[in-house]
Write a protein of this length. Structure first.
Length: 144
């Protein structure tokens, strides 16, 4: 086998002796990527249906003030889909912490009742507001 040196650079062209075939060993990683893409696509489809239903019922959410609400709905839908697929989502801990969920048994029927833990939600909101203000006021590293 011969090696060719390209002048002006450090690139050496081969064929190389003892060349090993590259094996993709992380098939699970590819499956995760495909599953998360599916979750994103499903979330997008559901949001289109929700927004269409809003429009059909004269609920106008096109104003920029609704952007955080829409973004939260998107992430909440994604969290539900992730949980059903066995994946973690950052909202899982928040939902588990600030929501109290009760099952109400009525004969053969089960109703789900949920209530926000307002005190915890307020504490969390205050904490996030302070953290955001600290971050907004951060001018970066100070010179010594």
């Amino acid at each position: 086998m011969t090696k060719e040196i390209i002048k002006g650079g450090n690139v050496i062209k081969g064929p190389w002796e003892n060349k090993k075939d590259v094996k993709i060993s992380d098939i699970d990683g590819l499956e995760v990527i495909e599953n998360l893409k599916f979750a994103d696509d499903l979330t997008e489809g559901l949001m289109i249906q929700i927004l269409t239903n809003f429009r059909e019922n004269n609920i106008n959410v096109s104003d920029v003030k609704f952007s955080p609400d829409i973004a939260f709905m998107i992430e909440t839908l994604k969290a539900v889909i992730y949980r059903s697929m066995g994946y973690e989502h950052p909202l899982h801990i928040i939902m588990s912490s600030v929501l109290k969920v009760n099952e109400i048994h009525d004969g053969d029927n089960i109703h789900i009742d949920s209530v926000f833990d307002i005190d915890l939600l307020n504490d969390t909101s205050d904490y996030l507001t302070l953290a955001k203000e600290d971050n907004d006021n951060d001018d970066g590293p100070k010179e010594k």
